[in-house]
Design a binder for this molecule. Structure first.
Ligand code: SF4
Ligand code: SF4
Length: 430
């Protein structure tokens, strides 16, 4: 299997049309992936702090009990925590190299149904202060699948800027991915409740729901009974979030939140449960039964593939969005919260890599209007610092530039690299 760090699956000459392949995964019933063996749970702090395990090999651990925490507080919200997604026994603590998280310490847990789950305490939204709601979201450890950022951090930052509007994002505009649309169609009321929770934490006013509208999928209109929320169905070119921002929030004064994170926020309040699972689209040209599946945090990829069936050996196993995901060849890689797709592909619709022709398509498509090929020109010459000065820090990582490049360059990956490089240099500056 070829292994790329990042891979953009599709190539298109036209900015506005990426062929979708959301069926039959979208219409298939939502299934829960059973854990066949151990769960390998990353003890990872999304704020970048150091996690300290509070369990040791041999310890009994209940579902929702504490596995690890940071020593220091995250702003005023308290330490970050990782809760066990299953009841069982800790087999070992070990370091794993994860395509999305890097090298991460993990707790390997052997499930045991004789160990009772920890009971959780529901909260009353109406009786809580804004700070209390924010703390409950923080303690639930919710990662927003829209941008893989902690939801509590996003709310705190938006609040500090005076943002009072929230948009639920179900813009599944990448080929094969339909997990956001499935979440809306199956759990619309919980997404709606999650919007109320986030608005309360924000002391905010109004909310919108942005839903991807494509010919391939028929959404049931009755499921759009979203009460106070304005539902916006959007069509158009990838990345659609840019069009949504331009049309509805040209000043950028809103908080975008993925619909799975909103559902988790509703659950954190209604039942006090932390986020321990994700809805993941499992699809691609090597998958026997494409579907959306509920996957527990720490489930090995192998267990997921056993449920959907693999019809031929994939050349690419892509974790995350099909436009910006990362590949792996290790089927023991654990699925983590915030991961919304697994795509198995044999055929890639990409041209062979040739020299950059300065055609400008990457520049034309960039939603941030970055001079992308100027950055690439300096990068090619090894002038990394200079290359990063062409707006790398503003790159959203959407992957559109890679998708349109007729010369097969993974431009988005290069921009991401330049962005990280610049950030590191800025941190080292006195
Ligand atoms: S990087 Fe690709 S899209 Fe951009 S100018 Fe070069 S050939 Fe064209
Ligand atoms: S440079 Fe960044 S923001 Fe612009 S198209 Fe490429 S990945 Fe998207």
């Amino acid at each position: 299997m070829s292994l790329f760090d990042t891979v953009s699956l599709f190539h298109t000459d036209q900015y506005v049309s990426l062929e979708q392949h959301k069926e039959p995964a979208f219409s298939a019933p939502l299934r829960r992936v059973p854990l066949r063996g151990n769960a390998c749970v990353p003890l990872w702090d999304p704020y970048g702090g150091e996690m300290y395990p509070v369990v040791r090999p041999g310890d009994r651990c209940a579902r929702f009990s504490l596995l690890a925490r940071t020593k220091t507080n995250t702003d005023r919200m308290g330490p970050s925590w990782v809760m066990s997604p299953v009841s069982g026994y800790v087999e070992e603590l070990r370091t794993v190299s994860h395509p999305l998280l890097g090298r991460t310490f993990c707790a390997v847990i052997r499930p045991d149904s004789d160990v009772a789950p920890l009971s959780t305490t529901p909260h009353s939204l109406h009786a809580m202060t804004e700070e209390g709601v924010l703390r409950a979201i923080h303690q639930a450890g919710i990662i927003d699948e829209f941008d893989r950022e902690p939801l509590a951090k996003k709310i705190a930052e938006a609040k500090a800027k005076g943002v009072r509007e929230v948009a639920a994002i179900a813009l599944d505009d990448s080929p094969y991915v339909s997990s956001a649309l499935k979440t809306v169609s199956e759990f619309g009321m919980e997404v709606n409740d999650g919007l109320s929770v986030v608005l309360k934490a924000l002391d905010g006013g109004s909310a919108k729901l942005a839903v991807y509208d494509c010919d391939e999928i028929e959404m049931n209109a009755e499921r759009f009974n979203f009460g106070f929320v304005e539902v916006i169905e959007m069509r158009g070119g990838f990345p659609l979030i840019s069009k949504f921002k331009r049309e509805y929030y040209p000043k950028g004064d809103f908080l975008p939140v993925g619909v799975q994170a909103l559902r988790s926020a509703a659950q954190a309040l209604s039942s006090g449960e932390p986020q321990t699972e994700s809805i993941v689209t499992v699809s691609g040209d090597c998958v026997g039964q494409p579907m959306n599946a509920v996957v527990i945090n720490g489930t090995p990829l192998e267990d997921v593939l056993r449920v959907v069936g693999v019809t031929r050996p994939p050349r690419y196993v892509i974790l995350g969005d099909t436009m910006t995901g990362k590949t792996t060849d290790d089927l023991q890689t654990p699925v983590v919260t915030g991961m919304r797709a697994i795509t198995l592909m044999n055929r890639l619709e990409k041209p062979d890599k040739t020299e950059c022709t300065r055609c400008g398509k990457c520049v034309a498509v960039c939603p941030m209007e970055l001079p992308v090929y100027e950055a690439l020109r300096h990068y090619e010459r090894g002038e990394t610092e200079l290359a990063a000065d062409f707006g790398a820090e503003q790159c959203s990582g959407c992957g559109a530039c890679s998708a349109v490049c007729p010369a097969g360059w993974e431009v988005a990956h290069i921009m991401r690299h330049l962005k990280q490089d610049k950030k590191k240099r800025q941190q080292q500056e006195p």
